[in-house]
Design a protein around this ligand. Structure first.
Ligand SMILES: Cc1cc2nc3c(=O)[nH]c(=O)nc-3n(C[C@H](O)[C@H](O)[C@H](O)COP(=O)(O)OP(=O)(O)OC[C@H]3O[C@@H](n4cnc5c(N)ncnc54)[C@H](O)[C@@H]3O)c2cc1C
Length: 420
């Protein structure tokens, strides 16, 4: 262990959408805050797996309603300043309301939002251990190429997407659903050289993929995927190459990355050959990493239930809102959707963000405490911004008071312009 040691009020593990929001929320509540991310940029799946559409900022009703504000809105505002966002896009086929993203603008916007808050970002750094005393984390162990070092803090947020910190601290987690099954992972393809007139309607792709499979293209999986034109370029995003992977295990991930790349090249060949406007298409990028939808879920002091979210539950201890439909992905199959009542929103209680058994640890994003149905909605990026913001403010409240009173958390979230 190196002599290097740091001390903060609040430390956030993971700089995806949830972690960014947690760090900014804690810093804006007046806390000295550290945000630790192992990648060279913030954004998590959005930037590292090219998930370039924010879902969950808006209800799916007509007209739609914005349900995530606060830190999430600050990110949208930065994207507006970069001329990469004006208004959400309603998919004419599904009716879903989303924000289309440019990857570089998203990385830069997240940098700006974090820096403006005063939180300290630490990229290229991995959390690898936790020192727990009397049921609370006293410090976490981190690793960069100088070696291992400790970071002490009074409160922590696990926004690692894999519940790394919760496990390292001895918290209870569940892998996948009750049977240990996870949603399928997908390697996102960014395709350049697509003619402006190319028809991106889903049926055209489905027909050529089915025909290619009949002609012996054996590596293709999904027939009904999503193809979207990205803002700021002529590139399109294509989500087809599905894999089942254990996203915690490097052997499983290695196999999945290589198999998915084989799929990506096969899809490209098929599109070049059979889709008008794709004759000169090329693979601009995959990933970088395969997009892993699901690994571990934290066991919290409360649990968000599918039945409740589908009924658009309201609760007095609400600290965030979710409005994305339940969306389930099985390998090779089209996504299955179930809408929230009236295509409106549900509320998320603070207890589902509180890690059970560890006094000073909250969780956020796709690992919050929920059942498989609730997870299939609450995992999306807009909702992750909302739960991250709430977890960061809850951790900040704990620093001053040794407890996190829900009404005080709600008051501070409202002061920070969260929509709750
Ligand atoms: C293929 C695919 C398509 C999707 N499509 C959409 C979509 O269209 N729209 C949408 O809104 N959502 C979509 N989702 C869901 C969404 O991307 C995720 O659920 C969301 O990104 C979760 O945010 P998060 O911050 O919880 O986790 P992540 O985005 O996974 O971020 C976690 C971060 O923590 C870091 N980290 C992990 N462990 C450590 C550690 N030990 N030390 C330091 N850093 C660590 C990681 O590097 C990562 O940056 C999709 C997901 C996938 C996989």
């Amino acid at each position: 262990m190196s002599e290097r040691k740091m001390k903060f009020d609040v430390v956030v593990t993971g700089g995806g959408s949830a972690g960014v929001a947690a760090a900014v929320g804690a810093a804006n509540a007046g806390m000295r805050t550290l945000l630790i991310e192992k990648n060279p940029y913030l954004g998590g799946a959005a930037t590292h797996s090219s998930v370039l559409t924010f879902c969950g900022f808006f209800t799916q009703s007509d007209p739609y309603e914005q349900i995530v504000g606060g830190v999430g809105e600050k990110v949208l505002e930065e994207l507006r300043q970069l001329h990469m966002y004006r208004e959400p896009y309603r998919n004419p086929r599904s009716g879903n309301v989303i924000v289309l993203l440019d990857a570089e603008a998203t990385k830069y916007a997240l940098d700006q939002v974090v820096l403006a808050s005063g939180a300290k970002p630490l990229l290229h750094c991995q959390v690898i251990g936790a020192v727990v005393e009397d049921g609370a984390i006293r410090a976490i162990e981190c690793y960069d190429h100088t070696g291992r070092f400790l970071v002490e803090a009074s409160a922590f947020v696990d926004a690692s997407g894999e519940a790394d910190l919760s496990v390292l601290a001895g918290g209870q987690v569940r892998f996948g659903d009750e049977e240990g099954q996870v949603q399928a992972s997908t390697l996102v393809m960014r395709i350049g050289g697509v003619a402006p007139h190319a028809d991106l309607a889903r049926n055209g792709f489905t027909e050529v993929i089915q025909q290619a499979k009949l002609n012996g293209e054996t590596s293709l999986t999904k027939e009904k995927g999503m193809v979207l034109r990205l803002p700021g370029s002529q590139d399109v995003l294509a989500m087809f190459a599905d894999e089942y992977v254990n996203g915690l295990d490097s052997s499983s991930l290695t196999e999945a990355e290589m198999s998915a790349r084989r799929q990506a090249w096969s899809y490209l060949r098929v599109f070049q050959r059979y889709i008008p406007g794709f004759e000169n298409a090329y693979l601009g990028q995959t990933g970088p990493a395969i997009g892993v939808r699901e690994t571990r879920h934290v066991v919290g002091e409360g649990t968000l239930r599918g039945e409740d979210i589908l009924n658009g539950v309201r609760c007095p201890d609400a600290v965030a809102r979710g409005g994305w439909p339940v969306e389930i992905h099985e390998k090779g199959a089209p996504a299955v959707y179930r809408h929230i009542r009236d295509k409106s929103f549900y509320e998320i209680p603070l207890q589902s963000l509180k890690v059970a058994g560890i006094r000073n640890l909250w969780c956020a994003g796709r690992i919050i405490s929920c059942d498989p149905v609730a997870f299939a909605s609450a995992r999306v990026i807009g909702t992750s911004f909302a739960t991250g913001h709430a977890a960061g403010v809850a951790a900040a409240q704990f620093v001053g008071n040794g407890v996190s009173d829900v009404q005080a958390v709600r008051k501070e979230l409202i002061r920070q312009e969260a929509l709750i």
